[in-house]
Ligand binder design. Structure first.
Ligand SMILES: Nc1nc2c(ncn2[C@@H]2O[C@H](COP(=O)(O)OP(=O)(O)O)[C@@H](O)[C@H]2O)c(=O)[nH]1
Ligand SMILES: [Mg+2]
Length: 230
């Protein structure tokens, strides 16, 4: 028992371990499903409001003509983001987590039963906006893409290291606002590389479209390696 408040800390830690190992089991199952169907899956993580849905809308407009794109949206409440995505031209399903602060592999498994994601397609999962909990939950994705906007401050890699260490690519969004905010991109990258030396960066503005081609090329490049490396 915890001496400070009397809580049963060791049991809580054990329970968390069980939850995570069960999540990992289902995530592997999802990964197997994606591999079998040659679906390239991205788990998009960030703070709320960094620009994930805006970037996805632009990505759909840019890629819809030659790729099959699907989106799973995660928010605590509303279908606003799924509505935006459908309006942009891709099938979307919304998961509402209620009081929950992240998506888990089981939610994705259930969503995949409801939405028929076609073989050889690209699936974007927009996670609940939160730089903490989603870092712990593997969804079965191929790549975790972290978005940070320049309005959030360049110190975030050191403050939220788990999200940075578990991501493959970092999109630095809202670069159109750089003249108005104190955000040192070089310092940001330096901090991020301390926690994850393999992290890649693409600065973008989902608003103006700046850097969008680098992002879509990143997706196309992965796509071309898909048969050998999904
Ligand atoms: N200036 C600027 N605003 C952006 C950019 N990307 C998104 N926004 C705005 O940021 C707000 C949150 O965007 P949204 O895509 O809903 O963020 P999400 O919560 O991560 O999905 C909206 O008002 C967007 O118009 C950008 O590149 N530049
Ligand atoms: Mg959103």
């Amino acid at each position: 028992m915890c001496e400070t408040c009397g809580c049963h800390q060791p049991r809580e830690i054990e329970l968390n371990r069980d939850i995570l190992s069960e999540n990992n089991r289902i995530a592997e199952h999802n990964r197997g499903f994606f591999k079998e169907k040659k679906i390239l899956c991205f788990n998009m993580v960030s703070s709320p409001g960094s620009g994930k849905t805006t970037l996805l809308e632009k990505t759909i407009t840019a890629m819809n003509h030659d790729e099959k794109l699907f989106v799973i949206e995660g928010d605590q409440q509303t279908t606003m983001d799924a509505d935006r995505i459908e309006k942009a031209g891709a099938p979307a399903i919304q998961i509402n987590t209620g009081s929950g602060c992240h998506l888990d592999a089981h939610m994705i498994h259930e969503a995949l039963e409801k939405m028929e994601v076609k073989d050889h397609s690209i699936l974007f999962i927009e996670n609940v906006g939160n730089l903490v909990c989603p870092a712990l939950f593997d969804l079965g994705e191929k790549k975790r893409v972290l978005m940070i906007s320049v309005t959030e401050g360049d110190d975030k890699p050191l403050k939220y290291p788990y999200m940075f260490s578990s991501s493959h690519l970092c999109l630095i969004n809202k670069i159109d606002l750089l003249p108005y905010v104190e955000f040192d991109i070089e310092k940001f990258k330096e901090y991020a590389l301390i926690v994850n030396p393999d992290l890649k960066f693409i600065p973008v503005s989902a608003k103006t479209g700046d850097g969008l081609e680098k992002w879509t090329n990143f997706i196309y490049d992965l796509r071309s390696t898909i048969s050998s490396d999904l």
